[in-house]
Design a protein around this ligand. Sequence first.
Ligand code: SF4
Length: 246
Amino acid sequence: MARDGFNINPATRIYHIVKFKDGSAYLFFSGCPWNCVYCVARTVSRWCLSISQARASGLRFGSMIGLREMLDLLQNKKVHTAFLGGEEPTYDPQLPIIMNGLKSLNINPWLITNGELLDDEMFFLAHGITFSIKALTPSLHKSITGKSNTRTLENFRKYADPSKVVAETVLYPGIVECDEALKVAEFIEGVNPELRFRIDLAVQERQLGEHLKECAERARQVHGNTYYFEPGQGAEEPEVLFPPSL
Ligand code: SF4
C-alpha cells in the first residue's frame, strides 16, 4: 500500500501504463494544448507503440487511473523509474502530487515535455527531463504546433542543467528538415555545450534511418553531445499495467 499522505485518490490524466523488463514504467497522460502535426498519440496510436496490435485492440480508452491506485500498482510491480509522457504531463494539474507520490516510494520521475509549462516545482521534483524543442524558427514552430516557442525557449535557458536535462528534437523529412535540427543544435550549444541532445525520427518515417544518422553526424559538428537511437531499437514488448484488458 502506498505511503500515508497519498491515501487520497484524485483522478489523474493518466490513461495507460506499461512496465518494461528493465523495471522502468511509462505513464501516458491525456491532454495537451498544442497541436503538433506529427503527434504520435493523436495520429498513430494512443497506446504504447511497443505493444502488439492484438494487445492494443483489447484496451479501451476512457478511464483515468486514480493517484492511490497508480502508486500502489507501481509499488507492487517494483518499478524504479517512471517516465511521464504520452501527451503533455505538465498539463495535468495533479502532476506535482503525482511526482511527490512517486518520490515517496523511491520511484524516480522522468518528465518528457515540450517545456512550455515547466516550473520550479516540477524541475525540482524531476529525476530527469527530456525537453523537446520542436523547432527553433518561430514561424515553423507555429505552423507545426499551433503555438509560439517563446516560453519553451525561455524555460529551456532557465532549466538547462546538464545533470538533469536531455534536449530532444524530432526530425520529420518534408516537415522538419535536418537544417532545422542543426539550428536547434546551435541553440543548445549556445546555452550549454555539456547538454545532451537527441535527434529522434518521427515514427511515421521509421524507414528513413539513414537520414537520421546523417543528420545526427552533421549536428555533432555543431554540438558535440548529439546522439540518436536506431529506429526500432529497444522495442521489446512491455507488460500492460493499465487499463486492464477487455
Ligand atoms: S507537444 Fe507532444 S503531446 Fe502535445 S501535440 Fe505536440 S507531440 Fe502531441
